[in-house]
Design a protein around this ligand. Structure first.
Ligand code: C2E
Ligand code: MG
Ligand code: MG
Length: 266
């Protein structure tokens, strides 16, 4: 996208939203307690008319530099709530959905009203929505903290994404009402070979447990990593080992397939 100027890019993004070029892929989250899939994370993709399928890294940072991320974020949240509510009605009750939010969105004064309106419109129960805030998002003003508290008041779950990579991991646990920690994939990658990474993961799981928080590990790619996380009593796991992010219909079939059957890797 780097040949476009910022305003051309902004226009392309806005046009893309209007034309329905954005779609959500979903990645399942597996509960190690129930041994069932408990939720999904919504991950946005852009079906660009000339460039094909674009990944978030190719457009989210640029969208964040412009105000377009607010519209894109609102679209993603509404689509995720609507689609998962539909799955719930088609046999996947209790499924939760995690949606990533950018700092810019949390800075908007009407963000909580937007979330509330989307929940009302779509009928998704608030406790089935998880808002993922990347730990790299600097929560730097009272307004943002108050908005996160108000989201929590709505009944929405607050997840700290990429936990362990930001500047103020532990501080955030004091200042905002967190429900769940998502251990960053960089710690999971070498969990079986790097004793420091294994120790950090173990400590993060113990921290979460001591604070009565849920914990999910992202980036699980192998059986060995899964076994290490099971051994350390991690709550939920997510990663290519279970499934890559898939389009809506494929993810629905995947989840229905494993609703009553055990997950077996082929
Ligand atoms: P994230 O929220 O930390 O999402 C995890 C990323 O890791 C996803 O990349 C996912 O496809 C990838 N991943 C999942 N399992 C594995 C694995 O086993 N191994 C490896 N190596 N990677 C795995 P993706 O879809 O490219 O998204 C990248 C980032 O873009 C996300 O990181 C999130 O921060 C951002 N993003 C995605 N969708 C949205 C959105 O709707 N709004 C906002 N604001 N940000 C979004
Ligand atoms: Mg995330
Ligand atoms: Mg992450």
């Amino acid at each position: 996208m780097n040949k476009l100027t910022k305003s051309e890019f902004e226009l392309a993004l806005l046009r893309g939203i209007k034309r329905g070029e954005f779609i959500l892929y979903y990645q399942p989250q597996f509960s190690l307690f129930t041994e069932k899939f408990a939720g999904v994370e919504a991950l946005v993709r852009w079906h660009h008319p000339e460039k094909g399928l674009l990944m978030p890294a190719e457009f989210i940072p640029l969208a964040e530099e412009t105000s377009v991320i607010a519209q894109l974020g609102r679209w993603a949240l509404a689509a995720a709530c609507r689609e998962v509510r539909q799955w719930q009605g088609e046999g996947l009750s209790d499924l939760h959905v995690a949606v990533n939010v950018s700092a810019y969105e949390l800075q908007q004064e009407d963000y909580v009203e937007t979330v509330n309106a989307i929940l009302t419109e779509t009928g998704l129960p608030p406790h089935c929505l998880e808002i993922e805030i990347s730990e790299n998002v600097l929560i730097n003003n009272r307004g943002m903290v108050d908005r996160i508290k108000a989201l929590k008041q709505l009944g929405v779950q607050i997840v700290l994404d990429d936990f362990g990579t930001g500047f103020s991991s532990i501080h955030y646990l004091k200042s905002i009402p967190v429900d769940k920690l998502k251990i960053d994939q960089s710690f999971i990658q070498h969990i079986n070979t790097n004793p420091n990474d294994a120790a950090i993961v173990r400590a993060l799981i113990a921290l979460a447990r001591a604070m009565y928080l849920q914990v999910v590990a992202e980036g699980v790619e192998s059986l060995k990593q899964l076994q290490a996380l099971t051994h350390h009593s991690c709550g939920e796991v997510q990663g290519y080992y279970f499934s890559e992010p898939l389009p809506q219909d494929e993810m629905q079939s995947f989840l229905l397939k494993y609703k009553d059957a055990a997950f077996i890797k082929h």
